[in-house]
Design a protein around this ligand. Structure first.
Ligand code: ATP
Length: 492
């Protein structure tokens, strides 16, 4: 839990992210990103973009956030996008029944109990809570009145109150609705993929654990459209031999223990439904490792049958260990042709495409990654105490808000001028850098370490004569003297 306090402390002190609307009221589930947090968030999105849409040669779109009711009726969200809730009979607090029960078993260290929760329906959850005597954690009252609560934020379009609309609960539906349009206008062929990053909204019953469960968050989603009858002949220029050889920490359906298996083995026994799905998991592993979530802190979990929607042909979550335990950072799903066939039926439009001279309604493989949970996991794991009472965010370069800090040793006009010149040179070369001359040099190092800046460059009087600067490494505190021209290779 040391990590938790270090990370939380830094996050608060440097306003990396913080509760929205703070001067007015405390509303759960809404967070704002401060300038440093936003830079890290953009890095997370850029890393994803480089690996997914750009790395795999897919297309990226931006679709509407407000969806007319009919879209969500077709997708099934109106009827089934619910969470099981119970209300405290005394203080009226709403509790998410599955999470309440999971927490109970987690405290007891009962992995089997936790696994069982995932399979339970509303009534079973309510009666188990009753049977175990679990009470409201606010006032000790009885948790009753179970209901399935729809998580979508409802709104209205225009002045006529009958024109109901909802804020999108996932970015994917926009991609499905637009699929045929993009396919046609871009001359696509199956298999092909479309990605989207953007805000989504879920009216969570009990938002908590900082960014882990919020009501407004960002998803990075990729939908791969395939002809289910066509043989796999490669995708996105990925070397399948490398993918298949990759070993993943994996929890198979019906088990509680993590085993290390190659993607080839997981494909062979059907835990991973097909090669496209395998590529998504491979890329996710690459993404989180690039951002600093190392082996031992993540695992993939094949969902139990009871957890799957009826149309699913396989789901695997990526889970990352944080100070709150394992959290789902990404949901991967073989969605069959459910989405396109539902939208085709509801709209009356033909959403089939021609592939290999026949009409095909594509099947879809989805990788849905939550930006905020990923960012939280990265920061949570990177927070360290350096032993001298300093808090350090040991962020990888791919996540760091700046690659280097530039400091004049003292507040001297000549040093300031030189330092600003170097900062300008770095920024002009697209190296994210910032300048600071406030406080002692030690304090400035500490403040840069705290937000995860990997290198700090100090300009002193000798720099003015010999063109050499001191470069300090965040993780080792080692300092080396280098020529200004050599900065680039050291910090990038
Ligand atoms: P959970 O079971 O934790 O509610 P989910 O299975 O409903 O999550 P998905 O619908 O698969 O989540 O969404 C894809 C990703 O979006 C998740 O893996 C997660 O990273 C993110 N996500 C979902 N709900 C939230 C939330 N309330 N707050 C922050 N991120 C979320």
């Amino acid at each position: 839990m040391d990590n938790e306090s270090s990370a939380e402390d830094i996050v608060k002190r440097r306003s990396i992210f913080f509760r929205s609307f703070g001067i007015y009221t405390e509303v759960g589930g809404f967070y704002d990103y401060g300038p440093i947090g936003l830079r890290i968030k953009r890095n997370v999105e850029s890393a994803w973009r480089a690996l997914f849409p750009e790395g795999l040669g897919l297309l990226e779109v931006e679709t509407s956030i407000v969806l007319p009711e009919i879209v969500l009726k077709a997708s099934g969200h109106l009827a089934t996008f619910t969470d099981p809730v119970g209300i405290c009979s005394t203080c009226k607090t709403a509790h998410r029944l599955d999470k309440t029960l999971e927490e109970y078993y987690e405290k007891k260290g009962d992995a089997e109990g936790m696994a069982q929760v995932k399979k339970m329906k509303l009534d079973e959850l309510a009666s188990k809570i009753n049977e175990l005597g679990i009470k409201c954690n606010k006032c000790g009252g009885v948790i009753g009145s179970p209901e399935n609560f729809n998580l979508m934020f409802k709104t209205q379009m225009g002045q006529k109150s009958t024109d109901v609309a909802y804020l999108r609960p996932e970015t994917a539906q926009g991609i499905f609705v637009d699929f045929k349009e993009i396919y046609r206008s871009h001359g696509l062929k199956l298999p092909c993929g479309i990605s989207q990053v953007g805000k989504v909204f879920r009216n969570e019953i009990s938002p908590r654990q900082q960014l882990v469960r919020v009501r407004e968050f960002t998803q990075m989603e990729t939908e791969i459209f395939i002809d289910k009858d066509a043989k796999f002949e490669g995708f996105g220029g990925v070397d399948m031999r490398r993918v298949e050889a990759e070993k993943l920490p994996f929890i198979k359906r019906g088990t509680n223990n993590e085993v290390e298996l190659s993607i080839k083995e997981l494909l062979a026994d059907g835990a991973i439904p097909n090669e496209y799905f395998a590529i998504m998991l491979y890329k996710e592993k690459e993404l989180i490792e690039l951002l600093g979530i190392e082996k031992g802190r993540y695992r993939f979990r094949q969902l139990e049958k009871e957890e799957l929607p009826h149309y699913s042909m396989g789901n695997v979550d990526l889970e990352v260990k944080t100070s709150y335990g394992y959290i789902e950072v990404s949901g991967n799903a073989h969605r069959s042709d459910y989405d396109l066939s539902s939208h085709a039926k509801m709209s009356g439009k033909d959403l089939t495409v021609i592939s290999n001279e026949k009409k095909v309604l594509p099947h879809v493989i989805e990788a849905s990654i939550g930006v905020d949970r990923l960012l939280f996991s990265v920061i949570d794991g990177a927070a360290k105490d350096d032993g001298r009472g300093w808090k350090v965010l040991a962020l990888k370069k791919a996540a760091a808000p700046y690659l280097c800090a530039v400091f004049p040793l003292q507040k001297d006009d000549k040093l300031i001028e030189k330092a600003k010149e170097i900062e300008g040179m770095l920024v002009a070369n697209k190296i994210p850098a910032f300048y600071s001359d406030s406080g002692s040099i030690g304090k400035r190092y500490a403040k840069a370490d705290e937000i995860g800046v990997p290198s700090a460059i100090t300009i002193d009087f000798e720099t003015l004569n010999d063109g050499m600067v001191t470069i300090r490494d965040r993780d080792t505190s080692k300092q080396v003297r280098k020529k200004i021209e050599e900065i680039f290779e050291l910090v990038v």
